[in-house]
Design a protein around this ligand. Sequence first.
Ligand code: SAH
Length: 221
Amino acid sequence: MLQSIPREDTYLHKGLRKQLIQILRDKKIKDERVLAAIEAIPRHYFLDPAFERQAYEDRAFPISADQTISHPYTVAFQTQLLELKKFDKVMEIGTGSAYQACVLAELGVSLFTIERQKELYDHVGKFFYLRKYPNIKRFYGDGYEGLPSYAPFDKIIVTAGAPFIPPKLIEQLKPGGIFVIPVGEGAAQKMLRLTKDATGKVTEVETGDFSFVPMLQGKNK
Ligand code: SAH
């Protein structure tokens, strides 16, 4: 899976990525910086070499520990909702393969990402491509707790389906901040975009239906 030895990014891969960008445009992803980040990142690096070509189809794939790398559309949609600015301090829950993390880092933010599965956390630590992004800080922990010692954050993104909005994550959002989280148990989740105003009041908007692996409680060894 994620490998310590650099892999190749050929003209074929770059061509397939251009086609993927067109698919994302057709699905109404409009933020040019998000599209440029996805075009820059070799998604096939994050998948088993057996899936090289399919890496640029708009579909999710299995990674280790029964988890998945999200659809490119889902990654693009969530990233677009965050309205990122360079140097934003961002927390991600659910590092997984670190693909979404790299898309965020490519946009110049300072990223703090948490994974509860030790196997995945260790795996990503050996992944050669992460050396490109010193602006990613990784943590092995429980996303329901967030990272109180690094809070507050300008933006927060959850990449697993949460049964409810974790209150500690709302606390760790800055006034003026944006928090994107898929909420719901079972097969489908509603993507929520929460904003906190200067007085601390939180407003919630529903933006569509998605399907994620569940956000689970506690760490897993
Ligand atoms: N962003 C990832 C998506 C991975 S799937 C990517 O681009 O590949 C969701 C991930 O969330 C899984 O790796 C899962 O282990 C992790 N996860 C689930 N519940 C969590 C929690 N409470 N804290 C941290 N990570 C969690």
